[in-house]
Design a protein around this ligand. Structure first.
Ligand SMILES: NC(=O)C1=CN([C@@H]2O[C@H](COP(=O)(O)OP(=O)(O)OC[C@H]3O[C@@H](n4cnc5c(N)ncnc54)[C@H](O)[C@@H]3O)[C@@H](O)[C@H]2O)C=CC1
Ligand SMILES: O=C(CO)COP(=O)(O)O
Length: 337
């Protein structure tokens, strides 16, 4: 049994609290949002996001950041990406040397182009920071639907510790040393999922979705490898696995926001309608900036940026993608003659 604190009580933090509480751990679920704390204390349920699913008795809820962070075996960062740096700054002085922290959020900071583990390492340099990611919608994990994820850590011992804490008969965890690959796969698939949703909203079909997913993972792996990630990671759970679930699931916030944009909503209207964090909107500019920095082509990411931030029509973006300069499927594959 481990003592665990979860920072962030949105859909994902709450689903993880339920998973870890049911695994027999002593869990504190913390939120910066008073309304979230009150709802979870009063109802033992996140009524709007995970209706009908109660917190197990092993989970307590708190708004006290210091008490939530001291004397813990593991701290889980489950806040949405725009709040990770501020939250890490807030907790830094309460974090012990070598404290294990695992980030479960997905995003890239726009002004620094840092991943969420990098941000936490910046702000809490004394901690041992890892990432857990993969195809894992909160709505399903909270109901015990079989799910698989991968934990990336700098040390094997840390990866194995987190694996043991999360593993259950309904939640299988793999380990990997490829932290950067896992972070990038989890973050940039959200931008591709916006594109997949836009295609659905425009009334396109399965061919279009398959094209976006396949060429999307080509873009993600091109950038990821240039940044030091490994091809195997992009073919794995936090690459193609998470891309599949996010581009196809009715639960996906990114796909659903994209769908509304394809139907004619503006980005702001779509985000308002979805009500929960649409991480792809926050990662889109960063992904494009990284593509420029590492000199790799990311045409889908580029078109998503133009639709989101430059008022380009979604239909025009589709034409521009299809009519780009003609290419080989993989530039590495050449004819012998
Ligand atoms: N919902 C899901 O199925 C999954 C979500 N994720 C990732 O987990 C992260 C959180 O997502 P969700 O829980 O779905 O989002 P959400 O929209 O349900 O909740 C976001 C949470 O961020 C925290 N927050 C909001 N404002 C804050 C502030 N000013 N200061 C500190 N914390 C604040 C709150 O606890 C809030 O509930 C995102 O990066 C998302 O991509 C990853 C896997 C699955
Ligand atoms: O990352 C996720 C599932 O693995 C959640 O994706 P959405 O934020 O699009 O719902």
């Amino acid at each position: 049994m481990a003592k665990i604190s979860i920072l962030g009580a949105g859909a994902w933090g709450t689903a993880i609290a339920i998973l870890l509480g049911n695994n027999g751990h002593e869990v504190v679920l913390w939120s910066a949002l008073q309304a979230e704390v009150e709802q979870l204390i009063n109802d033992r349920e996140l009524k709007d996001k995970l209706p009908g699913i109660k917190l197990p008795s092993s989970v307590s809820v708190s708004g006290d950041i210091k008490a939530s962070c001291v004397n813990k075996d593991l701290i889980v960062f489950a806040v949405a990406s725009p709040f990770v740096r501020a939250t890490a700054k807030n907790v830094s002085s309460f974090i012990a040397k070598n404290q294990i922290i695992v980030n479960v959020g997905k995003g890239i900071e726009e002004n620094t182009l840092e991943t969420l583990t990098d941000i936490i390492k910046d702000e809490i340099p004394q901690a041992d920071v890892a990432v857990l990611s993969g195809p894992s919608h909160a709505e399903e994990v909270s109901r015990g639907i079989p799910t698989t994820c991968v934990v990336g850590a700098d040390s094997k011992d840390t990866a194995h510790f987190i694996q043991d804490v999360f593993m259950s008969e309904r939640f299988r965890v793999y380990t990997s040393p490829d932290v950067i690959g896992i972070e990038l796969g989890g973050s940039i698939k959200n931008v591709i999922a916006l594109a997949a949703g836009i295609a659905d909203g425009l009334g396109f079909g399965d061919n279009t979705k398959a094209a976006l997913m396949t060429r999307g993972i080509a873009e993600i792996s091109r950038l990821g490898i240039a940044m030091g990630g490994k091809m195997e990671t992009f073919a794995g759970l936090s690459g193609v696995g998470d891309l599949i679930v996010t581009c196809t699931s009715k639960h996906s916030r990114n796909r659903n926001a994209g769908f509304l944009i394809g139907q004619g909503y503006t980005m702001e209207e779509a985000m308002k309608e979805v009500k929960q964090i649409v991480e792809g909107v926050y990662s889109a500019k960063a992904a494009l900036a990284l593509a420029k920095k590492y000199e790799v082509e990311m045409p889908i990411v580029e078109q998503v940026n133009q639709v989101l931030f430059e008022n380009k029509s979604a239909l025009e973006a589709v034409s521009d993608l299809l009519l780009r300069d003609k290419r080989r499927e993989y530039s590495e594959l050449q004819w012998e003659k």
